[in-house]
Each structure stands twice: as C-alpha cells, then as structure tokens.
Design a protein around this ligand. Structure first.
Ligand code: ADP
Ligand code: GLC
Length: 483
C-alpha cells in the first residue's frame, strides 16, 4: 500500500509532545510491515537543521502562499522512511516551537501556515507535484492536517483519508475573516462542515470529511462521544461512531528500553535491576536531593497544562512533602504552573527537584531513576509516559481515564495475588483521591517482595508498535480510495 502520512511533528525532527513520538514511530513500524509509507512535515528551521541530506523534488504554486513552495525530500533520521518537507519560508522559517512564538502565544498566522501545509499535502496526494507517486491512503493527524480530508473530498479520483485525533482539546479554531482569507468553499461555513460556534474549525475538516476516524486509545474513543470529554464535538463523533476506532499507541522500544538506552547512567532489565539504583542515585544528585536508595522517588515529566492535572499535585504538595518521599518534575507550559513549581521547589529544596524546560535526555534519565511516575491527568487520549514508565520499572500512578485506563493495572489485593499489578489507578480528579492513591503506593513500596514483583510485571508489558501498526494496516485495507 502507498501511504502518505501527514503530521506537524515527528521525532527526532521536531517534537513538542507525544504526537511526535507517534508520528516518528508509526511510519517506521508500517515501513517494517513492508508498506510504502512516506511522511510529510512542515520544513521548520529545527527540522531543516536535523534532517541531514535533502534534495528539492518539486515546486508548487498554492492558494494562500505568495511565494512558490518547495518540496524537499530526505529520510527520517535513523530509518529509511522517505520524508517530504514542505518548505514555505514565510510560514515555517522561524525558530522555536511550531505553534507559538517566544512569548508562548500562538503564531498569529497559524491558520494560513497550516492551510498552506494542507494544500501542499493535497498536491502530493493527487500526484500533482511531479513525483510520479500516487498514494492510495492519506493518514492525517490532528487539526494541523484537518483541511486535507476536506480538500480531498472535492477531488475524484482520490486516495482514502484517515484522520487520527491525538487530542480533541486542540481544534485549530479561527475567526470568519481567516476563513475568508483561506479561500475555502463558502458552503463549508456551515455546522455540517467547518463552522463551529461561529469559528472556523480545522479539526472538523478531519472529523466531518475523513473516510475513517481513529483516536489513540479505546477508552478515549468512548469518552469523546460524551459531553464531558467531547469538547463540543461529541454529537458529531457519535454520529460518526461507525467510522471511529480507538487504536492504542505503542512505545518505540528502540528508543525507550532501559537495557540499551544510551541516555542512561547505567543499563538495567527485568532480569537485572541493579542498574536502576545507579540511575536513581544519579538523578537524586542531579536534582540536589539526598542520595538515599530507600526513599521512594516520585517523578513527573510533561507539558504543564490543565490536562495533566498538575494543579492536583500542587494542591497536595504540603501534605506530600510531610511524607518520606522525594519528587522530581520536568516540564514547561503555562507560566502560572511554572511559577508555582519554582516557588514550591524553593520551599522544599531537599525533597522537591524542579526543572522548567524541555530536555529529552533528562526525560529518559527520570524514567530510569524514579520509582514512581505521577500522571494524574484529567483526560489523556493515550499517554506515552506511562508506557515508558512501565518499561523502566517506574510504577505509574494514573487517573482512570483514556489510555491510562487501558494500559495500567491497579495494584489491588487481587491483582497483586495474581501477579498482574503494574501501577496505581484512582478515579476522581480530586486532591484527596490522588493523595489516597499515593499512600497506597507508599504502602506497597515498603513491602519489597511485592514491590519488586510489580516492577517486573510492569517491565514485562509489551506495548510495542507492531500490533498497533497492524491494526492501522487493517483499517487502511478496509478504507477504499475513491475511483
Ligand atoms: P502529550 O502528548 O499530551 O504531551 P504524552 O505522554 O503522550 O503526552 O507524550 C509526551 C512526550 O513528550 C513524552 O515523550 C515525554 O517524555 C515528552 N515530554 C513532555 N514534556 C517534556 C519535557 N519538558 N522535556 C522532555 N520531554 C518531554
Ligand atoms: C496527545 C495526547 C496524548 C497522546 C499523544 C500521542 O498529545 O495528549 O495522550 O499520547 O497525543 O497520541
């Protein structure tokens, strides 16, 4: 099958979160399943710097771009997966985050930037770029690629379109003036197309027009059809329920395996856990915490946004800091949360370590060195950090939602007896419920035999991409191009 895989980020070229992990790993897994899959990304400055050898393969004239747009071809580093980079300097030749400027607010021209990206993808999909390659499936990811299924619906013949929701909370909403400026068909300003409560919604382009819809866990696929999680789109998603599947993300164990991870201080595995202690000690040192092997070390890595439930952690911090534990946190995001964490760190310097920023290497070292990983998310489409935590023997403490509910087995007397426990799960998004769950974890931590058994069970879980990639392949097969 020929698959054009479109995304606004992919590891290791550009990453702000799990979307990049998935869009770096899934094409690779599909390629390993012998599919002709090619990735298409915007040519941001960081991407151009990391992409290695590139050659110009096409020049496109696109609605919405005053300059011709170049298509550059290379390969995804570390793989033989071909990558097309959409080089529209006016849109993408700027430093830093793909979506926001240095002050943290969205780039004001995001609608135009990603509309140009989408129009370029359509030209590739329709083989109008002179590449002599006509994909039969186009797989789009999140709002930045949402206009692709809409624009392709105007074409015939055309490839089948698959749209994956990684996070329904990010919808790509813009005003009427932007809609006009993008020169999209006026009939699309309708609640049955791209209009959403008086705004242009990029994500609706995917949700309304794609032939098949997926999201990144079975539980989130159910949740987004309810008002609590549907972000106003639950009605539409219920209408399209027959075309909506939940396919769990995988973890890329080529990058995330404590037995071979080059970013770690020491390697370890289920059979030999010794190296984990060395990582813990190194982590305690790095954060200026007492190097005590017996003190449970909790951790969090993530975007500091409401979704992740960091406010719950902040709420219980005074009580938490009275317990015999340490906590390290790495993240960046909302200024209010960043400041609150810095202030807390100054207050508890010998128990709490905080790093504000984005640091891939440190994220790996935290997964390896910690004993427990906090993920009290209010919602979590899939979540990758809990998958990495499981593999690194760092028992996750998660809220029962989305992919967290699908991947972590709560340590109850029954699951501990059966040897299936892999972490700790709580229900209500309240400080009390989180604290009670943490206390359960602390209680198990001191029962060393039971603890080690759970750690080994966690490390034995297999969330590799092979199975999920096969599910995408089955879905591609079931979704036919228009002839
Ligand atoms: P989301 O996609 O909602 O951010 P996921 O758990 O799916 O959440 O994926 C987050 C990914 O981003 C993980 O690979 C995680 O290690 C990484 N990450 C998030 N914040 C940081 C950070 N501050 N430094 C390094 N890596 C980070
Ligand atoms: C989103 C979600 C996260 C998911 C990731 C990759 O960013 O917040 O839960 O794991 O996408 O699908």
């Amino acid at each position: 099958m020929k698959i054009l895989f479109a995304s606004s980020e992919a590891h290791p070229l550009i990453k702000t979160g799990g979307l990049a992990d998935v869009c770096g790993a899934l094409p690779k897994a599909l390629h390993d399943l012998k599919q002709d899959v090619r990735l298409v990304l915007p040519a941001y400055q960081d991407v151009l710097a990391r992409a290695g050898q590139l050659s110009e393969v096409a020049r496109l004239t696109l609605t919405g771009s005053v300059e011709p747009v170049r298509v550059l071809e290379g390969t995804l580093p570390g793989t033989t997966v071909p990558v097309y980079l959409i080089d529209a300097p006016q849109c993408f030749d700027r430093p830093g985050n793909p979506y926001s400027g240095p002050d943290g607010s969205d780039w004001p021209d995001n609608a135009q930037r990603f509309a140009v990206f989408c129009r370029a993808i359509v030209e590739l999909a329709q083989d109008r770029a002179g590449l002599h390659w006509r994909p039969d499936r186009v797989h789009c990811n999140d709002w930045q690629t949402g206009l692709v299924p809409a624009l392709l619906s105007l074409e015939s013949p055309r490839p089948a379109t698959i749209f994956t929701v990684h996070n329904l909370a990010y919808q790509g909403l813009f005003d009427w003036a932007r809609f006009q400026a993008l020169k999209l068909p006026y009939t699309w300003w309708s609640m049955h197309a791209l209009e959403f409560h008086g705004s242009l919604s990029f994500i609706k382009g995917g949700l309304v027009f794609a032939d098949a819809l997926t999201t990144v866990s079975p539980t989130y696929a159910e949740e987004i059809r309810t008002p609590d999680f549907g972000c106003g789109l639950d009605g539409l998603l219920t209408q399209r329920a027959a075309q909506l599947a939940g396919i769990l993300n995988g973890a890329d164990y080529a990058l995330w395996d404590p037995a071979s991870d080059p970013l770690l201080d020491a390697h370890f595995s289920r059979r030999s856990l010794k190296g984990k202690d060395a990582n813990k000690q190194a982590l305690q040192r790095l954060f200026g915490l007492p190097t005590d092997a017996r003190r449970p070390l909790f951790a969090h890595v993530g975007r500091l946004v409401e979704q992740k439930g960091i406010d719950l952690v902040l709420d219980i911090l005074p009580e938490l800091m009275q317990r015999p534990l340490q906590l390290v946190m790495l993240g960046s995001g909302h200024a209010v949360l960043e400041t609150a964490l810095r202030t807390a760190q100054a207050r508890y310097p010998d128990r709490l370590g905080v790093r504000i920023g984005y640091d891939e290497g440190l994220a790996h070292r935290i997964e390896a060195g910690a004993d427990l990983f906090l993920m009290p998310s209010r919602f979590e489409p899939c979540g990758l950090n809990q998958l990495y935590s499981l593999r690194y023997g760092t028992l996750p403490i998660v809220r029962h939602t989305g992919g967290l509910a699908d991947t972590v087995v709560d340590a109850t007397p029954a699951s501990l007896d059966a040897g299936t426990a892999t972490g700790f799960v709580f229900d209500a998004a309240t400080p009390e419920a989180l604290l009670a769950c943490i206390d359960r974890a602390l209680h198990l931590y001191i029962q060393r035999t039971a603890w080690t058994r759970a750690v080994k069970t966690a490390m034995a879980q297999d969330f590799s991409w092979t199975r999920s990639a096969q599910r995408y392949l089955d879905l591609y097969r079931a979704t036919r191009p228009t002839t």
